[in-house]
Design a protein around this ligand. Structure first.
Ligand code: HEC
Ligand code: HEC
Length: 152
């Protein structure tokens, strides 16, 4: 009895730590929401490492086929904040091809069960569209309980 209580307490305190890594840091500048969440969701800095964020912020004029350029002040504010909050976890900070979260080794592995056809469904369109399946993606909760795969 006593041991199982201790165990469940240990689990309760361990779980939020794992989830917190992908949550949005509370010090996000307003510009991040206004400038980086108009075409897609505001990706949490913990989804990539420093190198990938640096690359992205250095080339906003040619941003995945879009022009996402910013004035110098905003560019610098967002860059500093992304670098500070980039992942240092070995899993999420490994350099991802094309600076894409969706091309990272962890992403491919975690999504191995998703069939190719699912990614092209009209309400999904792109694997970068996290919120199509992760109903709580904006808060950084990617847990299985919060996944709803759209049927079309
Ligand atoms: C004008 C629209 C637009 C703005 C503004 C914009 N993006 Fe993007 N972003 C895109 C498009 C389009 C893609 C590619 C999406 C796809 O492949 O489905 C993309 C992809 C990304 C990806 C890679 C997603 C993946 O495939 O893993 C990251 C990271 C990203 N953007 C970060 C940012 C940041 C940081 C900002 C703000 C400085 C920003 N974006 C502003 C249009 C935009
Ligand atoms: C087509 C639906 C779909 C899209 C779009 C999608 N995911 Fe997922 N995601 C899943 C499924 C299904 C799993 C596997 C759940 C499992 O087996 O536990 C998963 C797993 C994950 C996990 C691991 C969760 C855990 O608890 O282990 C993370 C993190 C994650 N996704 C992040 C993302 C991010 C970030 C994006 C956008 C860049 C994204 N996903 C886009 C369906 C999707």
């Amino acid at each position: 009895m006593k041991n199982s209580l201790l165990l469940s307490l240990a689990l309760m305190t361990a779980m939020p730590v794992a989830a917190a890594k992908l949550s949005m840091p509370s010090d996000a500048p307003k510009s991040y929401e206004s400038e980086c969440a108009s075409c897609h969701m505001a990706y949490q800095p913990g989804l990539l490492g420093q190198k990938n964020w640096l690359n992205i912020m250095a080339d906003l004029g040619k941003h995945f086929g879009s022009d996402a350029s910013l004035d110098d002040k905003t560019q610098s504010e967002i860059s500093k904040w992304l670098i500070k909050n980039a992942s240092s976890d070995r899993k999420y900070s490994a350099v991802a091809p094309e600076n894409r979260i969706t091309k990272s080794a962890w992403f491919i592995k975690e999504h191995a069960e998703v069939k190719a056809e699912v990614w092209t469904r009209p309400s999904v369109k792109s694997s970068a569209n996290c919120t199509a399946c992760h109903t709580d993606a904006a808060t950084g909760n990617f847990s299985e309980r919060k996944i709803r795969i759209p049927v079309k």
